[in-house]
Design a protein around this ligand. Structure first.
Ligand code: AMP
Ligand code: ZN
Length: 138
């Protein structure tokens, strides 16, 4: 498969690794948004949250928790963004699921997105909540 992150897992292209276990690999982002920008991926290919197994996703999030603590000790950022993008419409570029750890400092000039928060239509919010609740898999 022509997947750049699968090639990193296989050691076919280089990466600056910082953590590895049976399910998960973490390495430095080569286009860091800030110092200490890390990517955490499942070793088994899954394009998005819809394809990854729950066990692999939990493993990725567990490592994310561990590495956020290490980043905090190393760089003492004022904040940390945990980002995980699914699909081109959500700005996902590499179609192998990954979580970003992006250390943040006030005034660093980064924006997560141009969210324009405005009150929603409560009837629509409740209707969608009911629809989503009825689709939750047990
Ligand atoms: P996105 O798919 O938008 O969530 O982001 C993909 C991320 O992968 C970007 O932050 C890239 O800088 C990063 N990236 C792409 N290729 C590599 C690579 N070979 N090594 C490390 N990071 C990479
Ligand atoms: Zn892959």
């Amino acid at each position: 498969m022509d997947c750049i992150f699968c090639k990193i897992v296989a050691g076919e292209i280089p990466s600056v690794k910082i953590y590895e276990d049976d399910r998960v690999l973490a390495f430095m982002d080569i286009n860091p948004l800030n110092d200490g920008h890390i990517l955490i991926i499942p070793k088994a290919h899954a394009a998005t949250i819809h394809e990854i197994s729950e066990a692999d996703f939990l493993a990725v999030m567990s490592v994310t928790h561990k590495l956020a603590a290490a980043v905090q000790k190393t760089l003492a950022p004022e904040g940390i963004n945990i980002l995980q993008l699914n699909g081109e419409a959500a700005n996902q570029v590499v179609p192998h699921l990954h979580v970003h750890i992006v250390p943040r400092w006030s005034g660093d000039g980064l924006t997560v997105s141009q969210w324009n928060l405005a009150p929603g239509d409560m009837e629509k919010i409740k209707e969608l909540a009911d629809q989503i609740k009825s689709e939750i898999a047990n």
